[in-house]
Every structure is written in structure tokens, then in C-alpha cells.
Ligand binder design. Structure first.
Ligand SMILES: [Zn+2]
Length: 221
């Protein structure tokens, strides 16, 4: 259960309607993970920014409705911005997800943006902690976009596990996890796949960024 009320969901959704989003439905461990790319933010910057950049923070706030007063680094050096101080287990899960991402990226011959310090991860308050099947599934509510009218449409919004906020610098948003940190690590890896592809294989990035046209995670095998 999120700490926010449905009213704030609604106002948030209204603000989000102008965003162009692409999503993915991936069956993983019998739970659905939906990932969304906020394409409108692709041009956030042509140069690499510090994660503290106000525009990046604003993008995270605009999409999640949260503010992120906590700024920490994972043991391996990824930047983390959170509503409440992340647990050591969460930070380790982020590192684990990135480690898996970098390994599979190298396996695919990619070499750019494979440093922990290249990534900023925003941890938002979960808007739900259980999916419709009752499984632990901390997700964030965002505008329905092209999924309007689908079974995932909850009335103008839908729940996603992760959201790419910016392609350059590399930043994405996930929901707070208090358990099932393996799920959190997987969401990190999945969001990161889009970023690795953007910087290493633009053609493949373009072909896989919009999951509503097919394809799911993991993209990299
Ligand atoms: Zn995705």
C-alpha cells in the first residue's frame, strides 16, 4: 500500500498525460513487471549531468509525485536518491542488478556506460505493494499512455515496476522494496538495459524501447 491517496494519483496522472510512454509486460517469477521509458525526456541533456541536476530531480518528482531528499551511493558507487533512507539490502540489490547488467552487456560486446558511477537510481514510494494476484510487487502509478483501455488501465493510470527518467545521464526510477530484493535487482537490470542499449547500440535501442510493439525483458541474453 502506498502512502499516498488516490486523489494524488489522479492529479499526478493528469500532469503526466503529456508524456509519451512505452511499456513492457514481462512475466518474471509469476509476477508482471512493467517498465516504461519516458521518451519525452530523452533530450534532457546533451552533456552528462550530475544526478543532483535540478532537471533530473524534477523529472523524478514529476513522474512519481515524490521528493527525494536522501542522496547516497551504493557500495559500488551508483548514485541513489530516495524518499527515505534506503536499506543496505536495497543498495546491495541495486549493485547486484547493475553487476548483472554489465556482465550481460559485455557478453554482447558493449563497453560504454558500464560503470556503477554512470547510473542514478531514484527510489520512489510504492503506490502499491501487491499486484492483483496478491504477490509482493512494489510499483509506481503512472499515466496509462498507449495502454489506455487495456486490462492494465486502472482508470487513467497503471502500475509500473520501473521508469527510465533520462537516457543521458543514465537515470531511472524504481519503487521502494522492503523484501524480495531479487525482484528489485531485476528491475534495476531491466531499466538499465535500455540505457546500455542507448549508449552502445542505438539501432537495437530503438527497436526495443517500445514494448507495446512487442519484446520484453530481459532484452540482453
Ligand atoms: Zn523496458
Amino acid at each position: 500500500m502506498g502512502t499516498r491517496r488516490s486523489g494524488s494519483h489522479h492529479s499526478r496522472v493528469v500532469r503526466l498525460l503529456r508524456l509519451i510512454a512505452a511499456g513492457v509486460f514481462t512475466v518474471m517469477k509469476r509476477s508482471i513487471i512493467l517498465c516504461v521509458l519516458v521518451l519525452g525526456l530523452v533530450e534532457l541533456s546533451v552533456t552528462r549531468l550530475m544526478a543532483q541536476d535540478p532537471r533530473l530531480l524534477a523529472a523524478a518528482t514529476r513522474n512519481s509525485g515524490d521528493t527525494f531528499p536522501i542522496g547516497v551511493r551504493t557500495p559500488r558507487g551508483a548514485s541513489v536518491y530516495a524518499v527515505t533512507r534506503p536499506s543496505a539490502a536495497e543498495l546491495a540489490a541495486i549493485d547486484r542488478g547493475l553487476t548483472d547488467l554489465f556482465a550481460v552487456a559485455r557478453k554482447n560486446g558493449y563497453s560504454k556506460r558500464l560503470n556503477y558511477g554512470d547510473y542514478s537510481v531514484f527510489i520512489a514510494t510504492a503506490d502499491r505493494t501487491q499486484n492483483s494476484e496478491g504477490q509482493y510487487s512494489p510499483d509506481v502509478a503512472i499515466a496509462t499512455g498507449q495502454y489506455a483501455g487495456s486490462v492494465y488501465d486502472k482508470g487513467g493510470y497503471m502500475y509500473v515496476a520501473g521508469l527510465v527518467l533520462s537516457l543521458d545521464p543514465c537515470a531511472f526510477l524504481i519503487a521502494e522494496h522492503v523484501k524480495d530484493l531479487d525482484r528489485m535487482a531485476n528491475v534495476v537490470r531491466y531499466e538499465g538495459e535500455h540505457l546500455v542499449l542507448y549508449h552502445n547500440d542505438r539501432r537495437r535501442f530503438e527497436a526495443t524501447k517500445d514494448h507495446s510493439k512487442g519484446g520484453s525483458h530481459p532484452i540482453l541474453q
